[in-house]
Write a protein that binds this ligand. Structure first.
Ligand SMILES: [Zn+2]
Length: 213
C-alpha cells in the first residue's frame, strides 16, 4: 500500500513517525555529497547530521515550506484543478515559498500566478501546518479574502473558478472512497490532508458570518 493511503488509517503519532523517517531517508538518498566541495558525506547523530569527509562542513536535512490557501470572496471559494487530475477533482491554490518572501507574500503571489485573482492586503490568516514528506515539505494552511476578480487559469492549472459554499460543503460531505467514480458534484482533497482541514475552517467561518446564501 502507498504510504499516503496507509497514513490515513494510522494513529497520528505513527503517521508522524513514518513521515519523519521517510523524509530523512529521502534526504540521505539525495544528499550523498557535499554541496560545497563534492566529497562524500558521512552521516552521524543517528542520521540527522551529514559531515563532509573533504572539507568537514556540516549538512542538515532541509524542509521546503509551501502555503496552501482557502481564498474567499463574498461567500464563494476559489478552487483550481490540474489537467492530470481525475475529472471531478478540485483543490486549493498551493505553492512553495521563494527566497526572501514572507508567507503572506507567497499566498498573494501564488494566487495571482495560478488564478489571476488578487488577494486583499492583510487578509491572509494562518491556521495550521502539516508535514508532507514527499519528499520534504511543510504545508502551511491559510485563509484569505480576495477581490471579486474573474479567475483565469495560469500555467499550472487547467481551470480555476469560484464555487458556492453549498457546492464546497457537498464536496466535503461526499464519500471520499467513491470520489473517483462518475457522479455529481466536486471531489476535494483526501481525509487526512491539510487542504480538507483548511476548507472546513473556511466553511465554519463562512457559516459564522451568516452569509450562507
Ligand atoms: Zn565538503
Amino acid at each position: 500500500m502507498d504510504l499516503r493511503q496507509a497514513a490515513a488509517h494510522w494513529p497520528a503519532w505513527q503517521a508522524s513517525l513514518f513521515a519523519q523517517a521517510r523524509a530523512l531517508q529521502h534526504w540521505h538518498q539525495r544528499h550523498r555529497h557535499c554541496s560545497a566541495c563534492g566529497a562524500s558525506l558521512e552521516f552521524r547523530r543517528a542520521g540527522w547530521l551529514g559531515v563532509c569527509t573533504g572539507c568537514n562542513s556540516e549538512h542538515y536535512p532541509r524542509t521546503d515550506q509551501a502555503v496552501i490557501v482557502a481564498v474567499g470572496n463574498g461567500g464563494r471559494l476559489l478552487l483550481g484543478r490540474q489537467a492530470s487530475w481525475p475529472k471531478r477533482r478540485w483543490s486549493l491554490v498551493a505553492g512553495f515559498v521563494e527566497p526572501g518572501e514572507t508567507l503572506e507574500q507567497t499566498v498573494a503571489r501564488e494566487v495571482l500566478e495560478e488564478t489571476g485573482v488578487r488577494v486583499r492586503a492583510g487578509s491572509a490568516r494562518y491556521l495550521a501546518s502539516q508535514p508532507w514528506p514527499f519528499p520534504g515539505s511543510l504545508m502551511l494552511g491559510f485563509i484569505a479574502e480576495a477581490e471579486a476578480d474573474e479567475p483565469v487559469a495560469g500555467d499550472e492549472l487547467e481551470q480555476a473558478r469560484w464555487f458556492s459554499a453549498a457546492e464546497v460543503r457537498a464536496g466535503i460531505d461526499a464519500d471520499w472512497t467513491r470520489a473517483h467514480e462518475d457522479g455529481e458534484g466536486i471531489v476535494l482533497a483526501p481525509p487526512i490532508s491539510i487542504a480538507r482541514h483548511v476548507i472546513r475552517a473556511w466553511l465554519a467561518a463562512h457559516d459564522a458570518t451568516g452569509a450562507s446564501k
